[in-house]
Design a protein around this ligand. Structure first.
Ligand SMILES: [Zn+2]
Length: 374
């Protein structure tokens, strides 16, 4: 009886020993392998557009158990093709390297900036590539070709195309019209929105509305002061503004070709041609020469935030006046936002362009460009 008892006690001790040993092994395993397994989940799409801004850790979708040790850094995406990357993840006291491959690709089309309409006189050849620029995310030099047939010796409207292709095969084409006429100062044409354009003695009217912008210029002798309709539109607006306690005045109204010439050349001298072109018209291209435009008050960006500026923006259309160079339309009008520059177009058109405060430009409405030829 005694012997059996002793035997049982021995078995018990061995059993406990084994349990303790198993627990020890488990604890050591957890210490070494950090418990749960680490897993780094990458985003699905590892294709990256050439010359795009992307960082190492933007490829990580999720980290399961562990923390990323690798510092985030910019990835060089200037060359096409595969690129191997590594991200280190720490879990407990173990660090694991995750290697993966991204692919730099170019799937973006080049962009062509060009006039959509070029007019010339019969027999007078023009450089159709003058002022045409092409840009692409690959930053490579890309040649622009002209597709279509045309004849400088024959009057007509030629529908042509600018065409460009980058080294990855992404193509772009942009339609334009070459108009060959016997007298560019007296001609008619149709805009891309189907409006009738008419040039009379070098002055362009679209649907009867005089247009002066970077595409359509005025003869140097055109204009003599604000038109009576423009002046009276301002007077009516000013009277209503006054009754609300607002103070408006015309800081700059009609400007002759020669005044604009001096002004523009001064701006070019101080800021350079490229910058001057964003805010000042070249002589012959200024709306101030039409006698249908004027600048209000301070002629400063801050005018937009004054009580006068806010009221004018939402009410000038009632008097037939428009904010000619609205915010966010710089690439369309060719000019920066000018909350102070108003243009008279008549109440009907002004009301359409007001568009509940989301101003439509004359260029958008008529389907015309505002681009210099060079
Ligand atoms: Zn102005």
């Amino acid at each position: 009886m005694k012997k059996i008892k002793k035997n049982n006690k021995k078995k018990k001790i061995i059993f406990i020993g084994v349990i303790v040993l198993l627990i020890l092994v488990a604890v050591i395993t957890i210490l070494i392998f950090g418990g749960k397994k680490t897993d780094l989940v990458l985003i699905k799409d590892l294709d990256v557009e050439i010359n795009s801004d992307i960082t190492l850790l933007s490829f990580v979708d999720e980290v399961k158990n562990g923390t990323i040790v690798s510092k985030d850094k910019e990835i060089d995406t200037s060359k096409l093709g595969n690129q191997n990357l590594v991200i280190e993840v720490k879990n407990g006291n173990k660090t694991k390297e995750y290697k993966f491959t991204i692919n730099v690709v170019d799937t973006t089309k080049p962009e062509i900036d060009a006039r959509s309409e070029i007019t010339t006189t019969v027999g007078d050849e023009v450089d159709l590539l003058e002022g045409v620029t092409v840009s692409d995310n690959s930053k490579e030099e890309i040649k622009v070709e002209i597709k279509g047939e045309y004849d400088y010796d024959k009057e007509g409207e030629y529908e042509l195309e600018y065409y460009a292709k980058d080294s990855s095969g992404n193509e772009i084409s942009k339609k334009f019209k070459l108009i060959v006429v016997s007298d560019p100062d007296n001609m008619t044409f149709t805009t891309s929105k189907g409006f009738k354009g008419e040039v009379i003695d070098g002055v362009t009217y679209i649907d009867g509305v005089l247009i002066a912008n970077k595409t359509y210029s005025l003869p140097s002798d055109y204009g003599n002061g604000l038109t009576s309709a423009t002046q009276s539109a301002f007077d009516k607006m000013n009277a209503d503004a006054k009754s609300l306690g607002l103070s408006l005045w015309i800081a700059s109204g009609y400007r002759s070709y020669w005044t604009q010439n001096t002004l523009y050349n001064n701006y070019v001298a101080s800021d350079g041609k490229e910058e001057a072109d964003t805010y000042s018209a070249r002589p012959g291209y200024s709306e101030h020469q039409t006698g249908l435009a004027f600048d209000l008050n301070s002629v400063e960006d801050s005018f937009a935030n004054t009580d006068e500026g806010k009221w004018v923006k939402d009410n000038c259309y009632r008097y037939g006046l428009i904010i000619r160079y609205p915010k966010g339309k710089e690439s369309i009008t060719g000019y920066i936002y000018e909350p102070w520059h108003l243009r008279y177009v008549g109440v009907d058109l002004a009301t359409k362009l007001y568009n509940d405060g989301d101003w439509i430009t004359l260029e958008e409405y008529f389907g015309i460009d505002s681009k210099y030829g060079d």
